[in-house]
Design a protein around this ligand. Structure first.
Ligand SMILES: Cc1ncc(COP(=O)(O)O)c(C=O)c1O
Length: 402
């Protein structure tokens, strides 16, 4: 039996920082404590009724696999969706995937071989770390700081990280976990580097429409480096249906699409029913995405207002998505979160946030930071910030006296 060994590649995958406190949450809940969960990007907003109506239209029949390149009507709906952002795509430029997560994995597999390197900006959406470990590739981080609004460094600083093994740059825009949006100067910088060093750009635009100022767009609108770009996208957040597990991979480069299609065939298909369910939403996205963006803006306001009232907390006001990173006056936020779940309650309530350390690749960074996902209504978020304030005060008092 002890000759059976789990692979190295999976041993290197970290436990999701977002889900690792679940056992403590269950214990707290068993004691009758309500845990306000602002740790996971799993919104409380229901998808449009059009999604359910489209599902109901599906006749009771054999529920077969969808074609690997997507159900034609669904892929056409993505094609139509992208016209809102000035993108003219052909069906062969789009492959529906099992969420953006699968598109991310495909994009890494298509652009790298084991031992290759990818430039990323930390803090970074943690699934990239997991997939990189599985693909046996090295993520080379460029550290961004909360105090400087997570601004990208200049071209030379980024260029220093490029080696003969570098294959791609990953950008997440709008960003999870920082809530930042790339400025046009930053985008130009990245495109210049990609063109000069012959790198792919993997652009994750899961949160495209959830921005609080300006108009949503796509890096693919920039024609100069189009052939180098892979867009990985998702229906999960903009249509508030992460359980539908629908995303897509998009590229104007036929070689990329041919390679991605091979992978799509290996995994057979994206979910059949949900591809049908999403057609009306993709055909007519704006009403829903505008409504939820207004709601997230209100929620951002509630969180920022609450955080400003907590001594010693610094944060960057997010411009998009529904996350923010806050620096707390503690040494180790993992310890603080454990305290919140095991030794703290106020009127039988506590909160769960995510420690930011695992969003970093560089050892030791982010230990005094948390990520907040504002996925509850404003009333609950206001209460959550009060709980954070009270929890911090109690934690600090206990630490001082111990
Ligand atoms: C930046 C980013 N990319 C991809 C994903 C995964 O999306 P999906 O649910 O479509 O797999 C998430 C989910 O939180 C995300 O934040």
């Amino acid at each position: 039996m002890n000759k059976l060994r789990i692979s190295q590649r999976v041993s290197q995958v970290i436990h999701s920082p977002i889900r690792k406190f679940l056992p403590l949450v269950l214990k707290a809940e068993a004691k009758g404590i309500e845990v306000l969960k602002i740790n996971v990007g799993d919104p409380d907003i229901e998808p449009s009724p059009k999604f359910w109506q489209a599902l109901k239209k599906f006749p009771p029949q054999n529920l077969g696999y969808a074609p690997s390149p997507g159900i034609a009507e669904h892929t056409r709906a993505w094609q139509k969706y992208y016209t809102h952002f000035g993108l003219k795509l052909k069906p062969e430029n789009i492959i529906p995937t099992v969420g953006c997560a699968e598109a991310m994995l495909f994009s890494l597999l298509v652009t790298t071989d084991p031992g290759d390197e990818i430039i990323v900006f930390e803090p970074l959406y943690s699934s990239y770390k997991g997939f990189a470990a599985v693909c046996n590739i090295k993520l080379v981080p460029i550290t961004l700081r909360v105090d400087s609004g997570f601004a990208l460094p200049n071209e030379q600083t980024i260029a220093k990280k490029i080696t003969s093994r570098t294959k791609a740059i990953v950008v997440v825009n709008p960003n999870n976990p920082t809530g930042t949006i790339l400025t046009s100067r930053e985008i130009t910088r990245l495109i210049n580097l990609a063109v000069k060093h012959h790198l792919f750009i993997i652009t994750d635009e899961t949160y495209r429409e959830i921005i609080f100022k300006g108009r949503p767009g796509s890096l693919l609108q920039i024609t100069r480096a189009r052939q180098q770009m892979i867009l990985v996208d998702s229906a999960s957040k903009r249509f508030s249906c992460p359980g539908a597990r629908i995303g897509c991979l998009v590229s104007y480069n036929p070689a990329i699409m041919a390679a991605a299609l091979k992978l799509a065939m290996v995994r057979l298909s994206a979910p059949t029913l949900e591809q049908y369910g999403l057609i009306p939403l993709l055909n007519n996205p704006r009403a829903f995405t505008r409504t939820i963006t207004r709601e997230y803006k209100k929620r951002r306001g509630a969180v920022i207002k609450g955080l400003r009232q907590i001594p010693g907390v610094t944060c960057y006001q997010p411009q998009g998505a529904f996350y923010l990173i806050a620096k707390l006056p503690v040494k180790n936020t993992e310890d603080f979160i454990t305290f919140l779940l095991t030794s703290f309650q106020d009127k039988k309530q506590t909160i769960l946030v995510t420690p930011a350390e695992d969003f970093y690749i560089t050892e030791g960074l982010g230990r005094n930071e948390i990520r907040i996902a504002y996925v509850l209504d404003t009333k609950k978020l206001t209460r959550a910030m009060i709980l954070l304030k009270k929890g911090l005060a109690e934690y600090q008092t206990r630490r001082q006296s111990s």
